[in-house]
Ligand binder design. Structure first.
Ligand SMILES: CC(C)(COP(=O)(O)OP(=O)(O)OC[C@H]1O[C@@H](n2cnc3c(N)ncnc32)[C@H](O)[C@@H]1OP(=O)(O)O)[C@@H](O)C(=O)NCCC(=O)NCCS
Length: 149
């Protein structure tokens, strides 16, 4: 196992603090800047209502996910791993942490709108394709779901 992989600590952080701001920068750098976009104030404010998950390595935020509770299911959004640390298994561990977290809160289904480039990643982690590709932020996306026991 990769040495750094073992050292990544996943946790839920409160909205609006130093760690949340650091996480927002990572999300913006990975998800929005390549598209020439930034988060609107409304998009940032939405995060107050949801579960903010981060991964920390050497005191830096290197992974993020936002969990949105919807009755018995949960939508996972804004999944990012710092560019220099991708393809080392951190994303897999991030999903496992998020799934464990929601299973303890009695949610039975996790779903996401996966970018076409991330569909293989979610498939490898047990998510199933649902329906056809659709456009979101100018990128083809696919709904993907996983039953959580
Ligand atoms: C998509 C993303 C979250 C995946 O996170 P990650 O940490 O790179 O994911 P993992 O390392 O667990 O798995 C990615 C690949 O690396 C491979 N991998 C895992 N551990 C590895 C290792 N030690 N050595 C080499 N390859 C490895 C996996 O098999 C996987 O392959 P696949 O995607 O072709 O099936 C991340 O790449 C990312 O932030 N991408 C940009 C933003 C994005 O697209 N987010 C998703 C929006 S829906």
């Amino acid at each position: 196992m990769n040495h750094d992989l073992e050292k990544v600590e996943f946790k839920v952080i409160p909205y609006g603090g130093k760690e949340w701001h650091e996480a927002l920068i990572l999300k913006e750098n990975i998800l929005r800047k390549p598209l020439g976009q930034i988060f609107s104030n409304e998009e940032k404010k939405q995060e107050e209502k949801h579960i903010n998950v981060v991964g920390i390595l050497n005191q830096q935020i290197i992974a993020t996910a936002l969990l949105v509770a919807e009755q018995s299911k949960c939508k996972m959004q804004r999944v990012t791993i710092a560019a220099s640390l991708q393809n080392q298994g951190i994303g897999k561990n991030l999903l496992a942490y998020c799934e464990e977290l929601i299973s303890n809160q009695s949610f039975h289904l996790m779903y996401c709108h996966a970018r076409d480039t991330a569909v293989n990643f979610y498939t490898q982690n047990g998510y199933q394709k649902e329906g056809d590709y659709f456009d979101e932020d100018g990128i083809p996306h696919l709904k993907m779901t996983k039953k959580i026991s």
